[in-house]
Design a protein around this ligand. Structure first.
Ligand SMILES: [Zn+2]
Length: 436
């Protein structure tokens, strides 16, 4: 299969380090607030990636962190009159609730910075000893000039970065692009380090957790495109210094989300929290709306887009409902088709979900026609289910009881006998029970 590697800016053949196994890390949220809908795009995108690898039969280890030690959390704690730990716990809980309401998979590895403080000390100490980092007055900075191709991920060289950066000149730093591995703090939660009281830098946290969990270069590192620079660039720089590799062989970045053509921001009044958005649109509708655009492209949220997604979702739900009824009444076997070549051809091209949705709608059309013509439909039904599973779409299909089946058969019988009065009455009952 081919994946677009943002590190090389090329569509590359995907070859994992270990046969049949994949390791993947996606930067998780800084838990100081509720997440907004833009934060849900990487979550939903990499959930789809995870589901597809599972479909292909890989054993996949997926980790996504919680940044629970951060200046933003210290600020939130002050504002909310809570401790930093209470803030982190509150918003981790809220985030996990969001994931549940968006029907996302449960990620098995959820490292938290608070559990890796000692590892961070160790990591920074090694970098200092190797000459890649230096301490100034309680802060520790990474020396970017030591990394030959710093800027590779964001396609910028050191000189361009220095000219183009609006980074404040800090007299403590040797180079304005040097970034903090450790930051001295005087207020809020801080930790006693070899360099005094402080907190770790965000870029260090992810690298340390990845090293700790995977202990080698991983296959895929993902995140939103806004994390490319400086966050991911700086993760790579540290990994090069310590391990002489890029942390991950394949870097994947999803595009950002605009709302009605504008960047989402509090000042524009178009800032939408994930937990509020799910009250207006179902998880299926949101996912269909997202997947209609390729994950790498920017995406514009409009009423029109969500109107279309709603129609698509209803079409899928109605067809599956009818098929489910026929499966129950006729005791048909399903889930026999486990592979679909066309699906793979589409997805092996860098997870082409827009084409996958087109294919899904073709299959829905085919299923409807098979149902109408009373021809065999279970292969089509199975293929549809393979796709909905990869896209993380959920349809709660009814489980039929014996009395449901008897009622349905009585309705068919009444229709056949042309007893329309009875048929109408039974039809109403079936509709009340959500069978028809
Ligand atoms: Zn990260």
């Amino acid at each position: 299969m081919k994946i677009y590697n943002t590190l090389t800016d090329k569509l590359e053949e995907f070859i994992p380090h270990h046969e049949n196994q994949i390791t993947m890390y996606v930067c998780g949220p800084t838990v100081y607030n509720y997440v907004h809908v833009g934060n849900m795009r990487p979550v939903i995108t990499f959930d789809m990636v995870y589901n597809y690898f599972k479909y292909l039969g890989y054993k996949i280890t997926y980790a996504s962190n919680f940044t629970d030690v951060n200046p933003k959390i210290i600020q939130a704690a002050e504002k909310l009159k809570m401790t930093e730990r209470q803030v982190a716990d509150k918003f981790i809980k809220a985030y996990l609730t969001d994931l549940k309401s968006y029907n996302c998979s449960v990620i098995e590895k959820r490292p938290r910075v608070i559990d890796h403080i000692e590892d961070i000390f160790e990591f920074i100490t090694v970098l200092i000893n190797k000459g890649y980092a230096y301490e100034v007055d309680g802060d520790v900075y990474f020396r970017v000039s030591k990394i030959k191709d710093y800027g590779l991920l964001s396609n910028q060289n050191l000189e361009e970065l220095q000219v183009g950066s609006r980074i404040d000149i800090d007299p403590k730093k040797e180079n304005p692009l040097d970034f903090a591995l450790w930051r001295k703090t005087s207020k809020g939660e801080s930790f006693k380090s070899p360099w005094g009281m402080g907190i770790p830098g965000w870029h260090t946290e992810c690298v340390v957790m990845i090293n700790k969990i995977f202990k080698e270069e991983i296959d895929i590192h993902g995140g939103g495109v806004d994390l490319k620079f400086p966050h991911h660039e700086n993760e790579i720089a540290q990994s090069k210094a310590l391990n002489n590799h890029n942390i991950a062989r394949y870097w994947m970045h999803n595009g950002h989300i605009n709302i009605n053509g504008e960047k989402m921001s509090k000042s524009l009044g178009n800032f939408i929290l994930a937990k509020d958005f799910i009250k207006e649109h179902s998880a299926n509708e949101i996912k269909l709306a997202l997947f209609k655009t390729h994950y790498r492209l920017p995406l514009n949220f409009t009423d029109e887009l969500f109107g279309e997604a709603k129609v698509l979702n209803e079409k899928i739900a109605n067809s599956l409902k009818q098929a489910n009824l026929q499966i129950a009444i006729n005791n048909l076997s399903t889930n026999l088709v486990k592979k679909d070549e066309k699906l793979e051809e589409i997805m092996n091209n860098d997870f082409n979900t827009p084409n996958l949705i087109s294919y899904l709608m073709e299959l829905i059309k085919q299923l409807n026609s098979e149902l109408r013509n009373k021809s065999a439909f279970t292969d089509t039904y199975d293929k549809i289910n393979l796709i909905t599973k990869i896209l993380g779409l959920k349809y709660d299909l009814k489980t039929f009881t014996d009395s449901d089946k008897i009622l349905y058969n009585s309705w068919l019988e009444a229709k056949e006998k042309k007893d329309y009065q009875l048929a109408d009455k039974l039809r109403e009952e079936l509709m009340t029970l959500d069978i028809l």
